[in-house]
Design a protein around this ligand. Structure first.
Ligand code: C2E
Ligand code: MG
Ligand code: MG
Ligand code: MG
Length: 293
């Protein structure tokens, strides 16, 4: 049955049972090699305001292309890295790459564009996390307002609650934007919304997928946007694949969309090209011609 539900749940099943099969071992070996051997890279997915038509930011997404295993999904190797204790190293690598790339874009004179980075719960256990981030940003000549960290609800239910809240306060005070990813899919209570210095709620793709047909999902999305707005938070919709979804979302007050409808995650070269096309105007250059918000 686990196998029917797909590859990821199959791995999860094995992990839970404490079994080690060949596939897991190959992945583990591969991941360690990928880290050392430079087989990881980043893809970047634009976030676009469909009303103002401005390109407002992008998300860095980790990619692993393995010569033997092929393209391995982060949905598979991130949980593995967490389990193996490799996520801190992976996370550091991602933060280094993002800061360096931002620094390069700035040096080349591109309009500065905020980049968001996904953060695993384990990374927030390190009391030096904030200091390391500020050090990196400084070394690369990047202002902290250009970095956003995407936390999931699972990040917010650690045992070291107090230390973690301090850490998030430090990041926020230093100018780093904090957002909550996959909103509505975790198990934590909503109380973190008033305890933590969050600025952005990302509506999970699972609530967007069946729009506009699914009325219940429409009501949920409407309620999330209403709550976020009342709390002074920005909203971003994930997984926007169609014009109809974008139309509905902007009508409900969610203007920033991320998804295949506007742009898939793209290579550094492709993003650099888009940044040139976008230029000083900051407008997204590839709206469908007849898009009228
Ligand atoms: P996420 O942070 O929620 O990222 C959004 C995921 O949705 C990405 O999958 C993206 O490629 C995909 N996506 C974007 N637009 C669409 C769309 O219109 N339709 C569909 N079906 N999918 C869309 P990806 O890159 O496979 O990453 C999966 C997850 O892996 C991420 O979910 C994030 O939780 C995790 N991840 C990726 N990179 C990192 C990283 O550097 N660190 C950590 N800790 N986690 C990461
Ligand atoms: Mg994310
Ligand atoms: Mg997400
Ligand atoms: Mg998601």
């Amino acid at each position: 049955r686990a196998k029917d539900a797909g590859r990821n749940s199959y791995c999860f099943y094995n992990a839970v049972m404490g079994e080690r099969n060949y596939e897991d071992l190959a992945l583990e070996h591969g991941l360690r090699k990928a880290l050392e051997g430079g087989l990881l890279h980043l893809a970047w997915q634009p976030k676009i305001d469909v009303v103002s038509r401005r390109w407002v930011g992008m998300e860095a997404l980790l990619r692993w292309h393995d010569p033997d295993l092929g393209e391995v999904s982060p949905l598979q190797f991130i949980p593995l890295a967490e389990k193996l204790g490799l996520i801190e190293t992976l996370g550091d690598w991602v933060l280094d790459q993002v800061c360096q790339q931002l620094g390069q874009w700035i040096k080349r004179g591109y309009r500065p564009m905020p980049v968001s980075v996904n953060v695993s719960a384990r990374q927030l256990v390190d009391a030096d996390f904030a200091a390391c981030i500020f050090r990196r940003l400084k070394a690369c000549g990047v202002g902290s307002e250009l970095l956003e960290l995407e936390l999931t609800e699972s990040c917010l239910i650690l045992e070291q609650e107090d230390g973690e809240y301090q850490l998030l306060d430090q990041l926020h005070a230093g100018g780093v934007t904090l957002s909550i990813d996959d909103f509505g899919t975790g198990y934590s209570s909503l109380s973190y919304l008033r305890k933590l210095p969050l600025s952005v709620i990302k509506i999970d793709a699972s609530f967007v997928r069946e729009l506009p047909g699914n009325r219940e999902d429409g009501q949920l999305v409407k309620a999330i946007i209403g709550m976020a707005t009342a709390l002074g938070l920005e909203v971003v919709a994930e997984g926007v694949e169609t014009r109809a979804q974008a139309t509905l979302l902007q009508g409900l007050g969610c203007h920033v969309c991320q998804g295949y409808w506007l742009a898939r995650p793209a290579s550094t070269e492709q993003i650099s090209q888009w940044l040139r096309e976008s230029g000083e105007s900051g407008l997204w250059p590839h709206f469908p011609e007849d898009w009228e918000p």
